[in-house]
Unconditional design. Structure first.
Length: 427
């Protein structure tokens, strides 16, 4: 059932997919959350830019690109309710996380607060940092389903406990939308709690821009934020926006990797902090910079063809909710309940560990299930063994409709039957 939207050129669902996206015939794109995808119009634009760059490499990379970069930063800023001078582009969220964490100066007793739902690579970044800096991390355990109030209460308690132990809760890192289970995090309240306690707030919004509304980000005011544009904003890979408000730009002295923009303290003292920050990120080493330049084209598609950010969100949130309910109905289980809405449908499978036999490793079975999906079913479905149960996470997107969730449910049921037949054991 495709949504008919008078402001849209193409209806969402199957028509959108056929007309505007480049998926292979017969492939079911159910996992937008991992790598995103972008429309054909943006792909064509990117190829034009790549051709221009190859026609005159020095002209394009040294000069033309800089104008396009400025245009992209200006186009992004309103989506975050911030100034263009407060956003720069980096290739991905991990680079953004490393950029911030490796610039901050930690002292003995400093603690970085995280939640147990943190993305693995971000957690590893903190672990790696602790090898060279006097910093430790404190992870707040949460297991879904959990209410936003409970998350905030545990966060407050953790800050108080760290202070009571004589250490300093220097920075808190938390997500905008979790990778798993797919749930929106109460980031606005967490930012406020950080401010109350003098803790720096760093929001990992890898699943943020183009997914949830972030136009109030500037007024909520986290200290740092990174968001992948290549996921939900439909910009080519790799492209992420790093937000550093003017008040914090003096804390960032180098990019990751350090490149030509870097100046030692004495030299950068001759420039304004804003100018230095601006120039630092202009050209970081040599990569394909065309994804950074495609932001206006992606926004044009989302506005002109899809009817704008709010319409996209409305469709995807609704589809995620209906899709999760329909899958749970087919399975005879429940979707993961969460206080607020996002584009992920996380649903419990009709499969238990005890059905699989004694001493079975649920993580290994979930991995086997996941690998079956591209190998045999022309799709990719993220399965997880979490909180003693098996789950799948489907990403709602404008090129899907409810029938795609029903298709996914049928495949999941087949895979569950194969798991019960212990096929994973024979590989
Ligand atoms: C919450 C979260 N943070 C960080 C990342 C890392 O993103 P990237 O691979 O673009 O660095 C992801 C990737 O999915 C993520 O889900």
């Amino acid at each position: 059932m495709a949504a008919s939207n008078p402001e849209c050129v193409a209806a969402f669902g199957a028509e959108m997919r056929k007309k505007h996206f480049a998926f292979a015939e017969g492939y079911q794109p159910l996992n937008h959350g991992s790598f995103g995808t972008f429309p054909k119009s943006v792909l064509e634009y990117q190829r034009q830019l790549q051709s221009q760059s190859e026609a005159r490499p020095d002209t394009w990379i040294r000069y033309t690109y800089l104008d396009l970069l400025r245009a992209s930063r200006s186009a992004l800023a309103p989506l975050l309710g911030v100034q263009a001078g407060e956003v720069v582009l980096v290739p991905n969220a991990t680079t953004g996380v490393n950029t911030v964490l490796r610039n901050l100066i930690f002292e003995e007793g400093d603690v970085v607060l995280t939640f147990s739902t943190i993305y693995g690579a971000c957690n590893k970044t903190i672990e790696s940092l602790s090898e060279s800096c006097p910093v430790s991390s404190h992870q707040i355990e949460i297991t879904y389903p959990v209410t936003d109030d409970e998350i905030v209460a545990r966060f407050r308690a953790a800050i108080q406990n760290i202070k009571a132990s004589g250490r300093v809760p220097k920075l808190a890192m938390f997500d905008a939308v979790l990778t798993f289970p797919g749930a929106r995090f109460p980031w606005e309240t967490l930012v406020t709690v950080c401010r109350e306690h003098g803790v720096q707030s760093f929001m990992d919004a890898a699943h943020g821009i183009g997914h949830i509304d972030l136009e109030h980000l500037g007024s909520v005011g986290p200290d740092f934020m990174v968001s992948n544009c290549y996921k939900w904003l439909m910009v080519p890979r790799g492209c992420a926006v790093l937000y550093v408000p003017f008040r914090n730009q003096h804390l960032i002295s180098s990019t990751v990797p350090t490149s030509w923009g870097y100046l030692p303290k004495t030299k950068r003292a001759a420039m304004s902090t804003q100018d230095y920050f601006d120039k630092l990120f202009d050209k970081v080493s040599t990569i394909d910079n065309t994804p950074y330049c495609c932001i206006p084209a992606a926004l044009e598609f989302r506005s002109n063809v899809c009817g704008g950010e709010a319409k996209i969100r409305e469709y995807c949130f609704d589809l995620a909710q209906r899709g999760a309910a329909r899958m749970a109905e087919i399975f005879g289980t429940q979707p993961l309940e969460n206080d607020s809405r996002c584009c992920f449908a996380t649903v419990r499978l009709p499969l238990t560990l005890t059905e699989l036999g004694p001493k079975v490793d649920g993580l290994a079975v979930a991995k086997w299930m996941k690998e079956l999906t591209p190998a045999e079913y022309e799709t990719y479905i993220p399965f997880k063994f979490y909180a003693d149960a098996f789950w799948c996470r489907i990403s709602a997107q404008i090129y899907l409709d409810i029938t795609d969730f029903e298709w996914a449910a049928a495949i999941v049921l087949k895979i569950c039957d194969r798991a019960k037949a212990r096929e994973w054991n024979s590989r």
